[in-house]
Design a protein around this ligand. Structure first.
Ligand code: AMP
Length: 396
């Protein structure tokens, strides 16, 4: 894997694809700086080598047209503060103005280009647009894991103009290493904890990881499709009736591959989808009509704990209950604590994909697991076994 450490940027202009797609409030202030902070080590390495950094990113979904609300100029002050270096800005990412600003850039300086997606060519993966971008820098660095699953001009196509002078930034390298640690070189036993609302959105992941794991813990809303398929009574719990057969197939496949599947045995059921609903703990197979399972029960959590604590590699994707409601967040918090304990005992734990990260951050598990992925869709596709175009463009 060619990373930024394989290059010395002295006197070079690095063209860095970052993911500065950050949330802004109505005053256009950055409300979550994580993504800017995540790109910091890469940018500083370039500057410390004696190079300069030209940053390119998208922000929001302007659909190929200029939109002042989605201008990256709103990020300039915050980025300057976080990077500790003044960030210069140019109001287009291609054209004469961008070229002049890039040319004028001196060692130790940073230039941020305007939103790539103000040009429809970016998302179309247009080669001419990618070539124009490529002319701004000497070395291409991709550090935008969050968009690595898209074959856009700045994430993928551009790499063809940097034969021998393209590499991953630190963030990308960390993401790739974390995925590898779970999917390829993970110490056994390897356990996947899959939760979330629906089986349908996790099927490809399950199918891909069955070859790589020893234990599969299933929780959250997905549970009930499996339970009903097995003949259990799930009451009003969320359930995908058309996926029951598939659920049985997954259980069969897991068995044939020697993967132990752990489904909840008891659940916290509620008489309404509401934080203040009446609740009771019931067997997962005996949920009365009018009641729905919204969180993992105590016996279930004991069993999950036993599996998690003996695991050496853990992948966590999706909450085991409706964590947005405090009364049904206890299961997800308990699982987080169990993964924390396993991690402290030496296990490698990766959290990522979709909304998992939101739950982890909300309960402060971010610093307790080994790695929290920064890419929702990109991590999901990696777990599904797909080769991400942004990664292939550097490695091929
Ligand atoms: P996902 O994006 O697939 O990881 O799903 C996350 C969502 O699943 C969260 O918004 C949870 O509230 C929801 N969820 C988890 N458990 C349940 C459940 N038992 N019933 C309904 N929704 C659930």
């Amino acid at each position: 894997m060619t990373t930024i450490d394989d290059f010395n940027f002295d006197g070079k202009k690095a063209l860095v694809r970052v993911d500065f797609n950050v949330p802004l409030n109505e005053k256009f202030e950055v409300t979550d700086t994580n993504r800017i902070e995540a790109a910091r080590p890469t940018i500083l390495k370039i500057l410390e080598d004696g190079g300069s950094a030209i940053l390119m990113s998208h922000l929001g979904r302007p659909k190929g047209k200029s939109d002042p609300d989605m201008s990256l100029k709103h990020l300039v002050d915050k980025a300057s503060e976080i990077l500790g270096v003044k960030v210069n800005f140019v109001a287009d990412c291609i054209g004469e103005e961008a070229k002049a600003a890039a040319q004028a850039l001196k060692s130790g300086e940073i230039l941020l280009l305007e939103n790539l997606r103000f040009h429809a060519e970016e998302e179309a993966g247009d080669a001419g647009f990618a070539k124009e971008l490529s002319e701004l820098g000497d070395i291409y660095v991709n550090d935008a894991f969050g968009t690595a699953h898209r074959a856009h001009a700045s994430t993928t196509i551009i790499a063809r103009y940097f034969e021998g002078s393209k590499c991953f930034g630190y963030l990308m390298a960390k993401e790739i290493a974390a995925i590898k640690k779970v999917m390829e070189t993970g110490e056994k036993p390897v356990t996947a904890v899959l939760g979330g609302a629906k089986v349908s959105s996790k099927i490809t992941i399950i199918e891909n990881i069955l070859d790589k794991i020893d234990h599969l813990i299933i929780g959250g809303g997905m549970t009930y499709t499996f339970v009903k398929a097995r003949g259990g009574k799930v009451g009003d719990s969320i359930c995908e009736d058309d996926k029951q057969e598939l659920a049985l197939e997954i259980l069969e496949k897991a068995k044939s591959k020697g993967v132990e599947v752990h489904l909840p045995v008891d659940v916290v059921a509620a008489d309404d989808f509401n934080n203040n609903a009446n609740t009771k703990v019931v067997s997962v197979d005996e949920i009365p009509e009018g009641w729905q399972g919204l969180d993992a029960g105590p016996e279930t959590l004991e069993r999950f704990k036993e599996v998690i604590l003996k695991s050496r590699t853990i992948l966590w994707n999706g909450p085991v209950g409706v964590f947005e409601m405090p009364n049904f967040a206890k299961g997800t918090i308990a699982v987080g604590n169990q993964i924390d304990e396993a991690t402290k005992a030496g296990a490698f734990s990766l959290v990522g994909g979709g909304d998992s990260v939101a739950a982890v951050k909300q309960f402060g598990f971010e610093d307790k697991v080994s790695y929290v992925s920064t890419g929702g869709g990109a991590m999901l596709e990696s777990l599904e076994g797909k080769t991400l175009p942004g990664i292939a463009a550097i490695t091929d």
